[in-house]
Design a protein around this ligand. Structure first.
Ligand code: THU
Length: 145
């Protein structure tokens, strides 16, 4: 689908800005809002290691801090610096990022990634984080709609 290719391209563009002096593993994300706006994100590493932020969380925190709450899709691409596109492997969000997505995104929210072998692959958030703990468990009404 054209929209998916475009979002993957935007994730590749965001990956160009990855700050990864320690792992050299560069990740880019492109988060699509329901209204059609795209927020990019890259991973940002740190000399103390644990403060490192993943590309996905960079994108979602940027978006939420700008007032966004409703998202339909995120594209994520990741590979070691210098890897040719044909050799990319699928890069699904880490467990922490899945939980952060779960705060704002429903079970049908789509996650896209790209590999040289398979092209674009898609999963839903429900597939990547089944039986999740989410904001509705607390009943505090923070979730939109
Ligand atoms: N990383 C991401 O940005 N997203 C992922 O989905 C997996 C891991 C980053 C964190 C760290 O900077 C580097 O990749 C290696 O783990």
């Amino acid at each position: 689908m054209m929209e998916e290719q475009q979002l993957i391209r935007q994730a590749f563009a965001a990956r160009e800005r990855a700050y990864t002096p320690y792992s050299r593993f560069q990740v880019g994300a492109a988060l699509l809002t329901e209204a059609g706006k795209v927020y990019g994100g890259c991973n940002i590493e740190n000399a103390a290691y644990t403060p490192t932020n993943c590309a996905e969380r960079t994108a979602i925190f940027k978006a939420v801090s700008e007032g966004e709450r409703r998202f339909s899709c995120i594209a994520v691409v990741g590979a070691t610096e210098g890897t040719p596109q044909a050799q990319f492997e699928a890069c699904w969000p880490c467990g922490v990022c899945r939980q952060v997505l779960r705060e704002f995104c429903g079970p049908d929210f789509r996650i896209l990634t790209f590999s040289g072998a398979n092209g674009i692959e898609t999963r839903t958030l429900a597939q990547l984080l089944p039986d999740a703990f989410g904001p509705e468990m607390l009943g505090d009404g923070r979730k939109p709609e």
